[in-house]
Write a protein that binds this ligand. Sequence first.
Ligand code: GLY
Length: 372
Amino acid sequence: MSGFTKVSVHPDGGAYEILVGADIIRASGQQIANVLGQRRIFVITDENIANLYKTQLEGSLTGAGHEVTTVVVAPGEGSKDFSSLEQVLGDLLRQGITRNCVIVAFGGGVVGDLAGFAASIILRGIDYVQIPTTLLSQVDSSVGGKTAVNTNLGKNLVGTFYQPKLVLVDPGLLKSLPLRELRAGYGEVIKYGLLSDAPLFEWLEVNGGDVLRVDAEACRYVITECCQIKAEIVSNDEREKNSRMLLNLGHTFGHAMEADLGYDNRLLHGEAVAIGSIIALETSARLGFCEAAVPVRVRRHFQSLGLPVSPPKLKDHRWVPENLLKHMARDKKVVGGKQILILVRSIGNAFVYEEATREILAQSWEERLGGG
Ligand code: GLY
């Protein structure tokens, strides 16, 4: 094999590899055969990815001796719900899926979470492979086995921990992404620097523009770095009992904004995480855990790359702290009435804060909603 970079993940749910490299789609049939043998494969993807890459992926899979059926869902967060899940499960069953088949999740975070969830429950669980196509899914959601759908009561509230057998990452796929999607994915990239890797943050301050221009070497480097951090965390704490919680930096505030908008594309998940990270850093500074210069520095970096730092001004929506607090109260990360937040002591040094009261959270929203 190739010039692919290998990152190993070894959670309790089963070890697997992430392979990162240019043109990995063309090698995907062989890579899957190497790990799982020749199988009947059900590719789950969305319309956008199907239009761009379906033929190429199917060619690689059939070329390596797999039998292939592709199931296509609508693009966007709206597909991560019960009705899409039911439709996908119905399609798979009608087309004769058996326990020996493999699901390939081919798309961004929505497809990965939906297809992973389907794989974990259909016929009580079958093998699946992730081939992520967005920056966000390549650095985060395709690794670690979190699967989910959203409900009216909140994001990712129904799902499973179910590890893939292989993750194939082709940074070249990012070339077809709109800049907005790339910036949204960058929100998750920066998270790794902020939570545990100050040199990565410093590298991004210098080279972040190259990542957004999809420079091949910059993307390969940064995706591998992020996957390595994620692999280590997930290998030690698959079920988010301790260190995996750190990966939720920016997410508690971010999910509240997404829920307030009903998960539509006025705010992408990665954009919500970027804004949520700024709020988490400002909260860290206000509570005296880190220097006031930390959120200022990170905000400056985001703004230099065109990432959002505040909830967007929308003509048909008003951000009200009270409403956002209600969404936060439904979050998975509320324990004994206290909100669990991920805060930082410095860039690269995050920790779990278990004492966030309603007043603290209200101040955080007011500060950012009134801030620049
Ligand atoms: N995206 C956060 C996690 O995988 O734990």
